[in-house]
Design a protein around this ligand. Structure first.
Ligand SMILES: [Zn+2]
Length: 139
C-alpha cells in the first residue's frame, strides 16, 4: 500500500511502535508491532487503532487509563487546563470535583485521578495550591 502512514518510533500512551508486520496470508492489511512500556511485552495493532488513540497499552492497563489519556488529549487540543476544585460539600468525606478550565465542564473523577497518577498532568503552580485545590496542566 503506497499511502500507508509510517508511524515507526511513535508512542501512543505506553506503546512505542517498533515496525510493520510482514504480510500474513489471510489477513488483508499489515499491522504494527508495538512494545508496551508498562509491562515490557510486545503486541500487534492496526495503525488506525493506534493513531485514533483507542489503545494506550497492550491491554495490561485497565480502561481507566484510556479515559485519562483521552482527557489529556482533549485538553491539549483545546488548550484547556484541568482544575481540582474545592470540596463540593463540607463533611468528614469531602467530595473533590475536577473540571476543565475555562469551560467549567466537569470531568470524571476517576479519569482525572488516572491522568494525574500516570503523570500525564503536572501541577501548574499558579498559586491555587491548597490541600483541596490545584490546577493541573498537560506538559
Ligand atoms: Zn502492557
Amino acid at each position: 500500500m503506497s499511502n500507508r502512514i509510517d508511524i515507526t518510533g511513535r508512542t501512543y500512551g505506553h506503546l512505542t511502535v517498533r515496525c510493520l508486520t510482514e504480510k500474513v496470508k489471510g489477513i488483508r492489511s499489515r499491522q504494527w508491532i508495538v512494545d508496551c512500556a508498562a509491562c515490557k511485552l510486545s503486541t500487534v495493532f492496526p495503525g488506525a487503532t493506534l493513531r485514533a488513540g483507542m489503545v494506550t497499552s497492550c491491554g495490561c492497563k485497565p480502561r481507566l487509563n484510556l479515559r485519562g489519556f483521552n482527557l489529556v488529549k482533549r485538553m491539549r487540543s483545546s488548550g484547556q487546563r484541568l482544575c481540582k476544585s474545592l470540596p463540593a460539600s463540607v463533611s468528614a468525606n469531602p467530595e473533590v470535583r475536577f473540571f476543565l478550565e475555562p469551560s467549567g465542564k466537569t470531568v470524571h473523577k476517576l479519569a482525572a485521578e488516572s491522568a494525574i497518577a500516570a503523570l500525564e498532568l503536572s501541577p501548574l503552580g499558579d498559586g491555587l495550591l491548597t490541600d483541596q485545590s490545584q490546577t493541573w496542566i498537560a506538559p
